[in-house]
Design a protein around this ligand. Structure first.
Ligand SMILES: [Zn+2]
Length: 449
């Protein structure tokens, strides 16, 4: 009996001590919550969102709150409170990620310096039940004024499928600046030879119509304020030439094995294989080209006109509308996004202009391909080569031989398929061969003051 009472006492003692330790650990702890802010902003515009993570391992989170302090005033941005969990466990929320949207104008703040402050309190009974408080602070500059854009270029007589050039100045540092052509964005680069705050963007004009929904310069400052200015323009529409391409069994017999060897998943009859190459593979290859030519060297590397393959006759043009016919039936249609040039077989191909080799290698329907980066988003592409004579990353000068013409990829005979691209978009190369077009529409716009 005595032994039993003693055991009970010991058990009770252990429980009481354990529980006190337990409460002490969870509810009387004195460690404040930890706060991290992902990509802390140094500028606040009209609307900035911040993602805050707070953790409290022991008693759990009670509240996260965000405020701005400007001068001697405090502006409350917002707060989140967390439901208390079971009483013996403190709060169940140990780790929370919350997003707050800061709109300084709505809160009554003015442009200028301020302090951004995040506090997180835990559920500890420490400090008269207030809990422990973690504080995170950062200096921010509130900027509620969008940048001012001044369009400098004046010659925006554009051709459908052609290239446009816009030069403009922005009166403050920007996070991004570029031209929007309908849904597409073309980044601007610091304008060569012009002062700080001057930018030039090359953009592609769609080859499908003479009308755009939107052609504007857009600049976003570091506080996220957006400014937009329209580009007055005129587009001359060039209706694509319509071409019928007869697919023969001889062509299929000689060409399809190259593709089935490269991709064992290509199965079916020769014409079924052709249809898949002409749609799926074409789309995939154009995506690869877009990825290669989307961003490049920010400096301008080219000079003068672009070289057209010497002594070559023009075959297909840009953007010929091609209808493929097999056994009298139309089996598909595409746009030809380059110019086909035929010379002697295995003719030497000069680099159209100075640049850096951005790609060499086999590229599906384009066969053996070289792509050259000419800077500021401008690229040239050479397809169907029988031989590649340069390496990726090497610098080439205007006229350097980069390979030989051939018929690799989806080519019926030896020729060069030559394309020009602006930030991932195919444009008509003809303009880039034209000295007066380069002088009046490119250089005049690049150096407009
Ligand atoms: Zn072609």
């Amino acid at each position: 009996m005595v032994r039993f009472a003693l055991s009970l006492l010991i058990v009770t003692l252990v429980l009481v001590i354990g529980a006190t330790g337990f409460f002490g650990f969870f509810l009387l702890e004195s460690t404040p919550p930890a706060i991290t802010v992902a990509n802390p902003p140094s500028f606040l515009g009209r609307e900035t969102s911040i993602a805050i993570r707070a953790t409290d391992e022991r008693s759990g989170l009670r509240e996260i709150s965000v405020s701005l302090v400007q001068g001697d005033k405090t502006f409350h941005v917002g707060s989140r409170t967390f439901e208390k969990g079971a009483w013996w466990m403190g709060n169940g929320v140990k780790d929370a990620e919350e997003t707050f949207i800061i709109r300084p104008l709505d809160l009554g703040l003015a442009s200028g310096l301020a302090k951004l402050q995040v506090t997180a309190r835990d559920s500890s009974l420490w400090d008269g039940s207030r809990g422990n408080e973690g504080i995170w602070k950062a200096d921010v500059a509130i900027d509620l004024t969008p940048p001012a854009i001044s369009l400098k270029s004046t010659s925006h007589n554009l051709n459908s499928g052609g290239t446009g050039v816009a030069t403009f100045t922005v009166n403050e540092d920007v996070a991004s600046a570029g031209v929007r052509v309908d849904g597409e964005y073309f980044p601007a680069y610091p304008a060569p030879g012009m002062g700080k705050g001057s930018y030039t963007a090359f953009f592609a004009v769609p080859y499908t119509s003479d009308r755009l929904e939107r052609l504007v310069v857009e600049a976003v400052d570091r506080a996220g304020n957006v400014a937009v200015t329209g580009i007055p323009h005129r587009i001359k529409y060039h209706r694509p030439k319509v071409d019928r391409i007869i697919i023969t069994d001889t062509f299929l017999a000689s060409k399809m094995p190259e593709f089935t060897a490269a991709d064992p998943n290509l199965t079916g009859s020769p014409i079924e294989i052709f249809e898949r190459i002409n749609t799926e593979l074409r789309a995939r290859n154009n995506e690869e080209i877009r990825a290669i030519t989307q961003a490049g060297t920010p400096e301008v590397l080219w000079e003068g006109t672009f070289i057209r393959l010497p002594k070559a006759s023009g075959r297909a043009g840009f953007p010929d509308e091609r209808h493929y016919i097999y056994q009298g039936k139309e089996i598909g249609t595409t746009y030809h996004l380059g110019v086909d040039l035929a010379s002697l077989k295995h003719a030497e191909i000069p680099a159209a202009n100075t640049g850096i080799v951005a790609h060499t290698g086999y590229l599906g329907i384009y066969g053996n391909t070289v792509i050259i980066d000419h800077g500021m988003g401008l690229f040239s592409l050479y397809a169907h080569l029988s031989e590649i004579g340069v390496e990726k990353g090497s610098r080439v000068k205007r006229g350097d031989i980069i390979g030989r013409t051939g018929a690799t990829g989806l080519a019926g005979g030896d020729h060069l398929h030559f394309s020009m691209l602006v930030n991932g978009h195919f444009v008509n190369p003809i303009e880039w061969w034209d000295e007066s077009w380069i002088r009046d529409r490119v250089l005049a716009n690049m150096h407009a003051r």
